[in-house]
Design a protein around this ligand. Sequence first.
Ligand code: PMP
Length: 290
Amino acid sequence: FDQRDGFIWMDGALVPWTDAKLHVLSHGLHYGSCVFEGERAYGGKIFKSSEHSERFRTSAQLLDFEIPYSAAELDAIKQKVVDANHLQNCYVRPVAWRGSEMMAVAAQNSTIHVAVAVWDWPSMFDIETKMKGIKLDIADYKRPDPATAPCRAKAAGLYMICTISKHRAERRGYADAMMLDWQGRVAECTGANIFFVAGGVIHTPIADCFLDGITRRTVIDLARRRGVEVTERRIMPEELTAFEECFICGTGAEVTPVAEIGPYRFTPAALSRALIDDYSAEVQPKQKAA
Ligand code: PMP
């Protein structure tokens, strides 16, 4: 991934892709003082850019550091990187980390570095393939208790258990893994939130110990705009037998139906398809009135 054409913005300037390097003694690498974002541009415009910029700044504050750019400045930087790389439909990856001045747990005076990279990332499947639904494993690792980790931050360190769980799922023939929370309730996937449908009502776990995705909130709004009831509640894995449809959502996954989770089976149907369509219409850049 480090040998490509294009430009990455790093600490104030666009640099050629292959020159965007950092020192091996970076605190972010050793001690996990690193936060990031995952966004998508559609038609050259980043969807909900300012929400992502705000979350990026909040994630850093939860890890006890301050990103040295305002949300508006970050929005402008991200757009500049998309434009400089001449991309229309792409993934946008801001990342911030503590630098290499202090190699110990305490690193109060280290420099805060910020970079933004973008790369081509079209939606993975056509609608018919998507409607077959993906298969999810059930992860062994649980989302940590809010008293154990800053679980609302999109922090690199919180992804350690996601990578382990996703690798295990892939080895076992699944696309991803559903993770439970520290109390054994359904939480989310390794990089996406999860929704269920029963009798025309959407059920989704309360985002109190995992990432409250920007896509999750968008999908809740879209469903309510359709007049569909959405209930956020505690969901136990044994309850999954009661649901007819299931889908996951996130910036990368967009809205992706699920056919299996461990022993549970679902049939992607009308509501999943409607929300896929609503989401793909919603992310298109709005035409400004003349
Ligand atoms: N949960 C996790 C663990 C994630 O990595 C993501 C993707 N950022 C999400 C949920 C969905 O968040 P969003 O909709 O903001 O992309």
